[in-house]
Design a protein around this ligand. Sequence first.
Ligand code: HEC
Length: 219
Amino acid sequence: MKTFAFTAGFAAILAGAVTAPHAQAADRTASADKTLAAQAEQVFRSGFRRDNPPYWMARIEQDEAMRLCSQYKDDPPDAVRRRIEAAQRATLRYPVDGKLVGDWREGEKLASSGRGGHIGFIQPDPPGTPRGGNCYACHELAKKEVAYGTIGPSLRHFGRLRGGGDDVVRYAYEKIYNSNIFMACTNMPRFGLHSWLTPEQITHLVAFLIDPESPVNKD
Ligand code: HEC
């Protein structure tokens, strides 16, 4: 009887008395997290005017990759990471003529332009403004442009360092088309996936990175 009481008591502690407060605290934290997340979402959404074009408004909805990256705070478990990267790979589209290296001069212009997508009150871009890649916002590229950001690694001498082999060309194209293929939760935008840049424009950026005559490699 005593043994039973002890066992029962011990079991009760294991099942309830000890674990329940932890579980309750975890529940409370989870629900506070949810409330905060919902409030943050509301603040975020209220920053966008309802009369923005539907295409822009559609872009504030997360796709599966973004949702999973948010859920795992950009550090998903391996299996999830591989799932995201495989799904992103399936979105790849190539130029119709299959040529992945375009004209570096066009690429240079695209890399330097951050216009084409400005929304809001101050200086919105008129519809039809050509879009740029804004690569310098995050990367060092040609030597002569000194105003570059450092969110991404330096791409100076990209072609000089890696060569212009088929694998390097394909990697550069695919990376610009959909950067999440190679890093599930990267900060780099998915230029091709979102039709921000056309496949042909991406080939110009590939040339800018790889052509030996491009200022990325020349000086
Ligand atoms: C908002 C910031 C941002 C912008 C804009 C951006 N990138 Fe990136 N890029 C990154 C980050 C961060 C990385 C490193 C993480 C990764 O590999 O995704 C990266 C990585 C890369 C890489 C791979 C580098 C390597 O060592 O293999 C290439 C190539 C690249 N970017 C090209 C471009 C080009 C071309 C543009 C413009 C069309 C561009 N990026 C615009 C943030 C950006």
